[in-house]
Write a protein that binds this ligand. Structure first.
Ligand code: MCN
Length: 765
């Protein structure tokens, strides 16, 4: 565990250098960390969706053998750990400020969702802590709950908190309401839909875990946690706890999936800080899968209702949305994307002159909401592409043709949308044409006839999507390079791979820039105590942001190397050339190797940069078959054409797309977090009742690239990490609707389970 050296003798063959470690079981995940003398924590969690806490009786638990202490909400309040940093900071509609409830890291006074931590039992073994947790008696006064966002905002709804009138936490708007109203009035046709972008949970393979140690001499807390990058997490823990950032040291090696869910601070980490400090011992907690369902931030959970207006030629003239973004019982630190990223791409890939969206965030008794792969990008793409498909049907225009008619034309890029974002570049007609060919769109009618003969309903679905990638909250991304006497270049970053292969791609960027074998480049992410600034991994930004700085750092090394080699050769830097790890000059027979620069001491340098947003886009065309008798759906064709600019590693990009597509397909066909509307109880809290995508769901994926090169960064890249998810959801739902349309079904919400499809078919019969 002590060596960070993860590279064997690899060459630049595009293979992922981290895989040998990961698939042979020698990775180090959060639960693999241990410290001498550590204690174990187990959380007591609310089984009520909404209740007053009358008393928390800890005597029996404290008397259990091995138990060291039981911490409750009173301890959290005494520590002052009550104010979580959320990111709905900007003024909303009419200057409204978000009405964020305080969130003690252990519930105090009230519980507001099932699973909320009420007490932390710490014992000398995990088993003793778990046993004793059952002995903590929490006396509740049950209160009526609201778990459906539309129930929360309904007139006359029960008030969940007096600080949140109308259960309205936040309201904001984008676009021009009057222009949209006028355009809708004069439109030849208006398509109306209500679309549910369902609440799901990201479900990384690795459950959360944390080991927290406190050093009374320095006042430092040391954390081993799953993380997508330390800088954001450190800031959030600092603002929630009031402990200065430089007293918070994070260390992580391998992370078994993040999908946005591993970015923010969670109350458990802060409760462990209280325990570690109070007991003077390291305290470790490993989440169960049920805890993950109940307490890891959920994703999506948006309901959009609105109108897309057209002229008689099927040209879009206005788009209006009434958007409800359910963010649960508390605003989590990962709360902003659902509104920001939705606004950024409100117009989709289309030229729609008038746009307006009203966003409302209700207070509900549900698990807080965070960013999930796309964070609003898949939601708005889904909504826009469902509207466009329905508009095509309403107008009797082919689904590809209506898109072609309304695309932002290539010559209009960079394109400033009516909601103020600037799309960098894209070739939408070319993208669509390539995808139509790849999918054999023209041959669909014949395939439908064949399916019909076999008792199957067949449908085809198109999505053309665009999304922002590359931006970040940190003022800059910093990367450090270290060159040692062996000629090895070590790259330090504060972003963090959770399975993306950054150890490979960042090393490829540096090795390519330096023109040296990849085996000579080593990537270290989130080194403990690192003072580097920068963004965490998220928003498909790491290649654009951090990758570009890796590139700049390598070139800085070449420039510094030229100066040092010039000294050595007693020449001017301008007389030195660099190639393949060697500095030479026509004025001298002597060669200075990279390794020679670090003979006396390790050479260190830092580079930084900020590049802004670039917009990956893609067209996915899918076909599904639905068994008429059972309702069972099957994806029978999947074609994806994507533009992520220059590609660093084709295999990794393909893997990212596959993963994203399957994750989207999971939401379309099975995954959904459901709460009982009366009791507030979650009805899916294990993989028995939450349907994850199985291997057979996406059997084949034909993918092609259609790059337009980004000028935002020196690498010409656009992000790709979220693209598959964003494009697959609308494409697959459009295919299902196309299959059902001949029966007269207009719209169904996800998940498209066999039973839902069967019921829809029966209802028509
Ligand atoms: N890449 C490339 N060429 C490009 C773009 C990307 O070779 N033009 C490579 C990258 O170098 C990187 C990977 O593809 O190895 C993804 O890069 P990028 O699009 O920059 O996205 P990030 O690295 O910032 O990853 C974030 C993104 C997000 S937001 C989620 S959520 C997500 C995702 O990536 N979570 C993932 N992919 C995931 N993949 C895995 N295995 N696990 C997760 O938790």
């Amino acid at each position: 565990m002590d060596s960070l050296d993860t590279h064997g003798d690899h060459h630049h063959d595009g293979k992922r250098v981290e895989d040998f470690r990961l698939i042979t079981g020698v990775g180090t995940y959060a639960a693999d960390w241990n410290a001498p003398g550590q204690l174990y924590g187990c959380f007591v969690r609310s089984d009520h969706a909404h209740a007053e806490i009358i008393a928390v009786k800890t005597a029996n638990a404290l008397a259990h053998s091995g138990v060291k202490q039981v911490f409750t909400g009173a301890d959290a309040v005494a520590a002052g750990y009550i104010r979580v940093a959320h990111v709905l900071a900007g003024p909303g509609r009419n200057g409204m400020k978000a009405r964020a409830l305080d969130r003690p890291v252990l519930a105090h006074g009230k519980v507001r969702f099932v699973g909320e931590a009420v007490a932390l039992v710490v014992a000398d073994s995990a088993a003793a802590a778990a046993d004793a947790a059952e002995l903590v008696e929490v006396e509740y006064q049950a209160l009526q709950s609201i778990t459906h966002p539309e129930d929360a905002l309904a007139p006359g709804a029960l008030q969940l908190d007096e600080a949140v009138p109308g259960n309205l936490v936040y309201e904001t708007e984008a676009g021009n309401e009057a222009a949209v109203a006028a355009a809708i009035k004069g439109a030849a046709h208006v398509t109306r839909l209500r679309i549910d972008s369902t609440r799901v949970t990201p479900s990384p393979m690795e459950p959360r875990a944390a080991l927290v140690q406190y050093n009374p001499a320095s006042g430092e807390y040391r954390f081993n946690v799953c993380t997508q990058g330390v800088t954001t997490l450190r800031k959030m823990v600092s603002s929630w706890s009031g402990v200065a950032e430089d007293k918070l040291i994070f260390e992580a090696r391998d992370v078994g999936g993040g999908f946005g869910q591993r970015t923010p601070a969670y109350p458990e980490y802060l409760a462990l800080m209280i325990a570690a400090r109070s007991l003077g011992k390291p305290v470790k907690w490993v989440s169960t899968r049920v805890e993950a369902f109940l307490t890891d931030n959920h994703g999506r959970g948006n309901i959009a209702e609105g109108e897309l207006a057209m002229n008689s030629q099927g040209k879009f003239v206005a788009f209006r949305l009434n958007w409800i973004a359910d963010m649960g019982a508390y605003l989590s630190p990962g709360s902003a994307g659902h509104i920001r990223n939705t606004t950024t791409c409100l117009t989709g890939v289309y030229k729609i002159p008038a746009l307006y969206a009203l966003f409302r965030v209700p207070l509900t008794n549900t698990t807080p909401m965070g960013s999930y792969r796309g964070a609003g990008r898949p939601d708005i793409a889904y909504v826009v592409e469902r509207f466009v498909d329905q508009a095509a049907v309403d107008m009797g225009i082919d689904a590809a043709e209506i898109r072609r008619r309304n695309f932002i034309p290539p010559e209009a890029f960079p394109y400033k949308t009516p909601t103020g974002s600037t799309y960098e570049n894209a070739d939408l007609p070319g993208l669509l044409a390539q995808a139509l060919k790849l999918a054999d769109y023209a041959g669909f009618a014949a395939r439908r006839v064949q399916s019909e003969a076999a008792g199957k309903l067949r449908g085809i679905g198109i999505s053309v999507v665009i999304e922002g990638s590359g931006a970040g909250n940190a003022p800059t991304d910093e990367v450090e390079l270290e060159l040692d006497a062996s000629g090895t270049v070590t790259v330090y970053t504060v972003s963090k791979s959770q399975g993306h292969g950054h150890e490979t791609t960042m090393a490829m960027i540096v090795a390519d820039a330096l023109d040296i074998p990849m085996a000579q480049v080593k990537v270290v992410q989130c080194a403990p105590g690192s003072k580097l600034q920068g963004n965490h991994t998220g928003g498909s930004r790491t290649t654009v942001g951090v990758g570009s700085v890796c590139f700049l750092a390598a070139h800085k090394l070449i420039e510094e190397g030229k100066s040092l080699a010039a000294l050595e050769l007693k020449l001017e830097p301008s007389q030195i050339q660099y190639a393949k790890g060697e500095f030479r000059s026509s004025q001298s027979p002597q060669i200075v190797k990279l390794a020679d620069l670090a003979k006396a001491k390790t050479l260190k340098l830092m580079a930084d940069g900020k590049f802004g947003s670039t917009f990956p886009n893609g067209c996915h065309i899918t076909e599904v078959e639905i068994d008429k008798d059972t309702g069972a759906p099957q994806i029978v064709s999947y074609s994806a054409v994507d533009d992520c600019g220059n590609v660093i590693n084709h295999a990794i990009v393909e893997g990212q797309l596959h993963g994203g597509v399957v994750q989207g397909a999971g939401q379309v066909f099975g995954e959904q977090i459901v709460y009982d509307r009366k009791t507030g109880q979650p009805l899916a809290a294990s993989f028995m009742d939450y349907i994850m995508p199985r291997a057979g769901l996406v059997r084949e994926l034909r993918g092609e690239e259609h790059p337009t090169i980004s000028k935002v960064s020196p690498l010409g890249v656009k992000g790709v990490g979220e693209s598959g998810c964003t494009a697959s959801i609308p494409s697959l739902v459009n295919a299902v609707m196309d299959a059902l349309r001949p029966l007269g079904v207009k719209h169904l919400d996800m998940p498209m389970t066999s039973s839902r499809l069967w019921s829809a078919i029966q209802a028509i019969k």
